[in-house]
Design a protein around this ligand. Structure first.
Ligand code: AMP
Length: 248
């Protein structure tokens, strides 16, 4: 198994550089993960990046890191973005596209990348096409995780995250040994602001309206790889690997 890559250059932006072992497999996978919030994209992204040795590039993680940073370090655009995020709404395309453009060096990484949470609209997908074309890069595939809506709501509302080490839990399917406490580091578990019922509804609406058209977009380009997101994270992961092997 490849070593998990350091993605601090992505999180911090600017001139930060990433360090870490490149993939031993030699192939640079350039992947996008699609799927409604709650289908388990984050978990699959971690598993896939570890196996394939690629960089995990999550736009949501960049916003969450900005939220955790001192207020004085945030630009006005990021400050506004955090307001959208808190309500479960999509951050405007221009802001997100600028954020990715500032981090284009991560797309160039020789080991490839796995984009998680970007693109989320057709405008963002077109901007990504342009960025990649300018860098003479092409996508390997787009994994699209499919799950019925009522299952999505169940998964999202039970999700908990460790404030210290960011490990994920679920109150029903992956409960910590002690309620509210991380099994790994003893940190406090919390519910993401945007996993509360009022935000979940807004996020699912945003997904239906803005992000689901991307499945057609990538299907037409011959890049879409549909994956059923039912079952355990390990089962979904094995399904993903099988589909990627068939593709690549
Ligand atoms: P995620 O962790 O990917 O679910 O993202 C959390 C939140 O960050 C989303 O609900 C949006 O408010 C915002 N966000 C992340 N990525 C994007 C994106 N590509 N476009 C618009 N908003 C985004």
């Amino acid at each position: 198994m490849a070593q998990k890559r350091d993605n601090s250059a992505w999180i911090k932006g600017g001139n930060a550089t990433s360090a870490g072992a490149p993939s031993s497999s030699g192939k640079a996978w350039r992947l996008i993960l699609l799927g409604a919030p709650g289908v388990g994209k984050g978990t699959q992204a971690d598993l896939l990046c570890e196996r394939l040795g690629t960089l995990h590039l999550s736009t949501g993680d960049v916003f969450r890191a900005a939220k955790a940073a001192p207020a004085g370090d945030r630009t006005p655009a990021i400050e506004r973005a955090l307001g959208y995020m808190k309500r479960g709404e999509l951050v405007p395309d221009d802001t997100v596209i600028d954020l990715v453009r500032e981090r284009v060096a991560c797309l160039r990484d020789a080991t490839g990348f796995l984009l998680d949470g970007f693109p989320r609209t057709v405008v963002q997908a077109e901007a990504l096409d342009q960025l990649m074309k300018a860098e003479k890069l092409s996508l390997t595939g787009v994994l699209d995780y499919e799950l019925p809506t009522d299952e999505v709501v169940k998964r999202l509302s039970g999700r908990r995250t460790c404030a210290k080490c960011r490990a994920g839990f679920h109150v029903v399917t992956m409960a910590p040994k002690k309620e509210g406490v991380c099994d790994h580091c003893g940190g406090e578990l919390y519910q993401r602001e945007d996993d509360r019922p009022e935000s979940i509804r807004v996020r699912l609406d945003a997904y239906q309206k803005s992000t689901s058209p991307l499945t057609d977009y990538y299907r037409k380009l011959g890049l879409l790889i549909p994956i059923s997101a039912t079952g355990s994270p390990e089962e979904i992961f094995q399904r993903s690997l099988t589909a990627l092997k068939a593709k690549g």
